[in-house]
Design a protein around this ligand. Sequence first.
Ligand code: HEM
Length: 506
Amino acid sequence: MFIYNIVKMHYALQIVAAVVVVFLTVKFLSVFRKRRKLSWIPSAPRLPIIGSLFEVGENSTEIITNFIRLTDNPAKSVYLEIGFDCGVVTRDHDLIEFVLNSTQLINKSWDYQMFHDWLGTGLVTSGGTKWKKRRRIITPAFHFSILIQFIESFDQNGKKLIEILGNEGTRPEGIDIYSYITNCALDIISESAMGVSVKSQENQNKEYVDGVKNLLSSILDRSFSLWKVNPYLFPLTSDYWYQRRIVKSLHRFTDTVIENRVKSLQGKTEKNVEKDVDDVGKKKKLAFLDLLLNSTIDGKPLTKEDIREEVDTFMFEGHDTTSFAISMGLYLLAKYPSVQTTARNELNEIFGNDKSKPTTIEDLNNMKYLELVIKEIIRLYPSVPYILREVTKDTEYKGHTLPKDTSIGMYIYGINRDPTYHKDPEAFIPERHLDTSSKNHFAYIPFSAGPRNCIGQKFAMLEMKCLISKILRNFELLPDPSYEPVLAMNAVFKTLNGVRIKLKKL
Ligand code: HEM
């Protein structure tokens, strides 16, 4: 019996060894094929198994300059291998244009899976047919006629922000403006996406607000841990259970908002629905949620889960991006006083001396110089610094093949600062955006481009103009000489040391 068991185990081990050998051979052959097909792109130095890991860098800060160094070659691109993963990082204008304009290369790479627990496969994370159908029904929500309804919300939340900064923000040692802006942006996006404010600026709904912030910081941490990033190993870590707990509470919150909205729609009289007014006869603002509740795909209404993943997607993408851009913008304006003065002079012309006059759509349209300033802010600090696409089938490009199962990483931060495309690229010069004659439209892509560009860019521009203009009308911005931002790459850019500036009441 004992001998029989040993023989059985011996055969089992042989089978396991054979499976492992076949698996590794298939994987190695696939890597060699991709390496050969992409040999026209300079390769990063690599070691066996770990590939170019050390070249990419050990943390989210090093990667920013390492990507610039690695793509500093005539192809403006680098071929990278890490384990069995193969991909290209590029800041080449032509390759980026080809990928972003393609209607085939629309799938996101596996990295976005880190957001799946929270966002499911909503607009940012989905691919293929699901993405196409969702994009079609969500696009009308960003029509100008809908967006102008949100200006009152930008204005009211901006007013609250000014009050808070007036009370807490003028300390001589300066403040971390990022946390204040984040709270304001969360209130704005919750009103626009869900129709209710999370009242983050008033310290309410702490479980939800802290949940969003803690989850994003845990995802940032995960993205730079070799083994937490692995979907099979991650459940063995305490962070997995921590994230699950937060996600559960965030979903509970969104579900309740959706249920309440459904009940309120059902409770409305038919007359009110027709006129689109609430029960006291006031014109009702439509939130993105209302559009989703009224939408159908293939003749069927969206399920509660479908709606939740889109609402959560807006909650994430609609506040993290603008918070970073506005905060870095205030930092730049503090650092460049002449730009700040020109921007404020324009605002004085629009609003006169009245600091509290509410902002209208006409005012926002008249902020021509501030628009140039914002374009320049997001050139130097694009909230989304790096985007990825998965090649799902062999694709021809300029006589070469982009092989199936490779990822193409487009380095927005790198291309926006590339000296070939931008004169004096490190300098903050808003006026450079007056010249629109450039043929290199894909050399400035803070909102990405092509069919999968940022659906919220008009919303973002209006919100950024409204909040930055309010702050400039009420405060002089001064730099904190001891502060330099330490950037950290992630799906949305972060700094590791806040965004410090000083405010002086005007
Ligand atoms: C400064 C502000 C913003 C910047 C720089 C920005 C940038 C971007 C970029 C680069 C992408 C492409 C991502 C990729 O391909 O992986 C994107 C996608 C997206 N953005 Fe924005 N964004 C901003 C604000 C917003 C706002 C305010 C919203 C919502 C209200 C929003 C909603 C979205 C959505 C839903 C997508 C996915 C679109 C799709 O895949 O079809 N964004 N954004």
